[in-house]
Design a protein around this ligand. Structure first.
Ligand SMILES: CC(C)(COP(=O)(O)OP(=O)(O)OC[C@H]1O[C@@H](n2cnc3c(N)ncnc32)[C@H](O)[C@@H]1OP(=O)(O)O)[C@@H](O)C(=O)NCCC(=O)NCCS
Length: 155
């Protein structure tokens, strides 16, 4: 089933909500690095894209990505538990991938916590492949797995 959401650029007033979701969905057990202030600072930089998924009532997902010359790096991605497995994450990544292609950049990469098997399966389902393991990447506490997708291949 697909939850009906509207995708669009994040608004500055949503930085606290995005930071809160990062805290509970992405960073549990780690120091809170994505504070409202840091999220807002990233939103102000023009080489970052922050896209949200909203239902009529609520912000249920977001993705943040940094656009470099050679690659796009997905910095953060989360979907509220109540909205997971409804295609929202796929739509958010799809938005970033389409934006990357429009910008003439064909590599999308990201890191995820080595213990986050759900996210690993999600990115694998979307065509991402593991490229590297980075020991103790997260505050010295947990390894990262780096994954990447070549957008020139596989449509
Ligand atoms: C990872 C995450 C963003 C996926 O978002 P989502 O909206 O639930 O994903 P989708 O519904 O678009 O899933 C697309 C496909 O990915 C795969 N997938 C997604 N979540 C999965 C899971 N937990 N286990 C196995 N496969 C999964 C499935 O193949 C799924 O298709 P299907 O539902 O038709 O089988 C979401 O689970 C989440 O926010 N998790 C917590 C935060 C996090 O881990 N962020 C990413 C690392 S920073």
């Amino acid at each position: 089933m697909k939850t009906t959401v509207t995708l669009g650029p994040a608004r500055m007033g949503e930085a606290a909500r995005i930071a809160g979701m990062s805290r509970t969905l992405i960073e549990p057990g780690l120091p809170w690095s994505w504070t409202p202030r840091r999220v807002a600072a990233h939103m102000r930089q023009r080489d970052n894209m922050v896209v949200t998924a909203r239902t009529e009532k609520d912000l249920v997902g977001f993705a943040m990505a940094h656009f470099g010359d050679d690659s796009v790096h997905v910095t953060l991605l989360a979907v509220a538990e109540s909205a997971q497995r409804h295609g929202v994450g796929r739509q958010l990544i799809g938005w970033i991938e389409e934006s990357a292609v429009t910008a003439g950049v064909f590599t999308v990469e990201l890191e995820l916590r080595a213990g986050n098997m759900g996210a690993k399966q999600f990115y694998t389902a979307l065509g991402y492949r593991e490229t590297l393991r980075v020991p103790r990447y997260y505050s010295g506490l947990e390894d990262a797995i780096r994954m990447a997708r070549n957008l020139r291949v596989g449509g």
